[in-house]
Design a protein around this ligand. Sequence first.
Ligand code: UDP
Ligand code: MG
Length: 323
Amino acid sequence: MNDTTINQLSLLSFIFPVYNEEDTLPHLRAALEAWLPALGETAVEIVLVNDGSADNSLAYLQQWAKADQRIKVVSFSRNFGHQAAVAAGLRYAKGDAVVIMDADLQDPLDVVLEMVQRYKEGYDIAYGKRTQREGETPFKLASAWLFYRIMRWSIAIDMPADTGDFRLVSRRCVDAVNAMPERQLFLRGLFAWSGFKQVAVSYSRNARQYGETKYPLSKMLAFAWRGITSFSVMPMRMVSVLGVVSAMGGFFAALWAFGSLLLGHAVQGWTSLMCLQAFLGGIILLSLGIIGEYIGKIYEEVKARPLYIVEQCINCSLEKTLP
Ligand code: UDP
Ligand code: MG
């Protein structure tokens, strides 16, 4: 490969995961229709993955797909989660490059133009880096900040901070990620792990204008934990460190107990014993819990159930092999 290589772009795919977005979809459609001419000659396909919405999202998507052949709808049999929806989009998208976005317009379309530019310059991944996030609670901002720092500290791959799934990815990188057999998906980590050339595109993230967030705190915490445990054995290693530290503490406590025995005031040991007992019991349970988490993950992977089940496809053909 010489360094004047320019990535070709005859078809650009967009992936939008959709879960109960009936309030947003008409705005998304209007925004896309107004914005797509900015891409000029490049042909476009839009893959909307309906992640088991319980509202009228699917009906809206069906009608939209009928009016516009570029719209491809992949509809799940139930809610499989945002990462599974994006994974399905990655399999059904056929473009030379693929853009992953949220359906709620929090990621501005104009940023895509810069991503396309970077792709043409030869980058495989152009990820959106949030310099500002509007309309988020201080708690969400602080927890997201902390999460990305812990993540970077605990994993060996170069995963950029303050970066969500909003990005443009080249065909060869999409193929690489599609070939990964993981069930416990943490896509932004997998993209970084693929090692292809990546570049940041800064933007300020809009507030959600229609509908409400589908990521309550419980889902966010589960997602963060999945991210850390899918890419790192650091929590297990910390358990070992904790074990060593408490064993050292135990050693000094034993020295102290022995000293008191020699000095003849050994009987009043109840309080310290209880403290030690409680402390060690806590550490043992915590350690078992963390090890259990990993065993649970192994169990999920060994079962090898498909990531999602597609019930219906519009303007595209149903893939026969399960993901
Ligand atoms: N989403 C999904 N399945 C889910 C939850 C969310 O497909 O189980 C979609 C949702 O429709 C949106 C995107 O994932 O397009 C991001 O969700 P949301 O905007 O609620 O998350 P936030 O931006 O608040 O983190
Ligand atoms: Mg959102």
